[in-house]
Write a protein that binds this ligand. Structure first.
Ligand code: NAG
Ligand code: NAG
Length: 393
């Protein structure tokens, strides 16, 4: 597939749209809402909002995500946004697509406890050419499901809360990957870049998609590749900002500018998908501009009473049940109560050495975990429990 290889370090803005998949349409069938596609399970691709809502009562959603391991080097940054509130006085929420190596699971537990969504981003994050391109369905399934097991065991987060997937390097895996998502009952994929369906591409923009569906009408939404038939999850496309360099929000003006094009045009969800390393790179270079721009953008958003900053899974809940702004705050997915009590009360740091099944010829890896005792082996692909009886890789 042709997805761009490497969006790391970029702040990719996107548009999130929900997508759908019915699994019953044929190649030639055109998706028609309320004819062959029905909410809450199916939403045809469209550049207008779902539901019968007057435009000025459509909420503007913003989706923020971070990829890779949550750990000591980035947790303080993530927790900085704890006091930002949505119009219903509930905390803004983000989605963290986790990879395993170096992850600190008590920190993952804390992000989840305060309301953020935890998504999956693979166990190994192996390289593209030799690993992901030739990967078969079994490999994809293990990368997803073994990570679910590792997170459940070590961060004490029930598998049922782990609903979304982002492919490493956005290397979409075609039929094998989507079949794996289906088999595991994962709810959505969020790895599909699109530049064409935005409010800023070309001289006469088509408009940003709300709901690219997998049905034929919108099969070319984001690339020339079609989703395989029989897919039953949602696809939340990533819509690129107006430049591909990732610098979009380094300058606050740019970030606001892209946002406004959506806000004033069709209110398609607006996304900023980041890696912490992009902010760190700025710090290493002696500038806080990236972090400052991002933070100010969030501050500016919180001054708007029709903007909700939510995780991908919450956005999907609205796509399935599109209600006007006045009702959004009372949807179950958007309501909040006091944060639950911590359930990772005795966080551990386990050290694994070369003999403990470490990948990539590493000498030592430290893994923070909520569980006891320490697993015998470092949990890894094909051995997520770290079981001594499973041969080392
Ligand atoms: C899938 O690929 C893996 C790794 O290359 C291989 O070990 C496995 O046998 C393959 N499974 C199937 C069903 O082809
Ligand atoms: C620092 O900034 C320069 C110029 O913008 C850039 O070429 C370089 O890659 C940056 N270095 C780091 C570590 O970010």
């Amino acid at each position: 597939m042709s997805s761009s290889s490497w969006w790391c370090f970029l702040v990719v803005a996107l548009l999130v749209s929900a997508l759908v998949v019915t699994g019953t349409t044929t190649e030639d069938e055109v998706c028609e809402q309320d004819k062959n596609c029905f909410l809450p399970n199916c939403l045809c691709g469209s550049v207008t909002h779902p539901g019968n809502i007057p435009f000025d009562e459509v909420p503007q959603f913003v989706v923020l995500s971070f990829d890779s391991a949550v750990r000591d080097t980035n947790i303080d940054f993530y927790l900085k946004f704890k006091d930002f509130m949505n119009p219903n006085d509930c905390r803004i929420t983000m989605t963290f697509f986790l990879s395993h190596l170096y992850a600190n699971y008590p920190m993952v537990n804390e992000l989840h406890r305060i309301g953020h969504e935890i998504g999956l981003h693979s166990v190994t994050s192996s390289d593209v050419e030799n690993y992901w391109r030739p990967a078969n369905e079994s490999v994809w399934m293990h990368e997803m499901d073994d990570l679910r097991t590792i997170i459940e065991n070590n961060a004490f987060i029930d598998k049922k809360h782990l609903k979304g997937w982002r492919a490493p390097y956005l290397e979409l895996g075609g039929d094998e990957m989507f079949s794996a998502l289906n088999e595991l009952g994962l709810e959505y994929d969020c790895s599909w870049p699109t530049l064409r369906y935005t409010n800023w591409f070309g001289s006469n923009p088509i408009g940003a998609l709300y709901t690219p569906s997998t049905t034929p009408a919108s099969r070319t939404v984001s690339s020339d590749d079609a989703l395989p038939r029989g897919t039953t999850g949602w696809v939340v496309p990533m819509i690129d900002l107006n430049d591909n360099t990732g610098e979009a929000c380094a300058m606050l003006d740019n970030c606001n500018g892209n946002f406004n094009l959506n806000y004033l045009n069709n209110k398609a969800p607006f996304g900023i998908f980041s890696h912490y390393s992009w902010f760190l790179e700025g710090h290493l270079n002696g500038t806080d501009a990236r972090e400052t721009g991002y933070t100010r953008f969030l501050e500016w958003l919180s001054s708007k009473d029709d903007v909700y900053v939510v995780s991908v899974d919450r956005l999907l809940e609205w796509m399935k049940n599109p209600v006007p702004l006045s009702e959004v705050g009372t949807l179950d997915a958007f309501k909040c109560s006091a944060d639950p009590r911590p359930d990772c009360v005795d966080p551990q740091e386990y050290t694994f050495s070369m003999e403990d099944n470490l990948p990539n010829s590493l000498d030592e890896v430290i893994m923070g975990s909520c569980t006891r005792p320490q697993p015998d082996y470092y949990p890894w692909l094909y051995n997520p429990e770290g079981d001594l009886n499973i041969p080392a890789v």
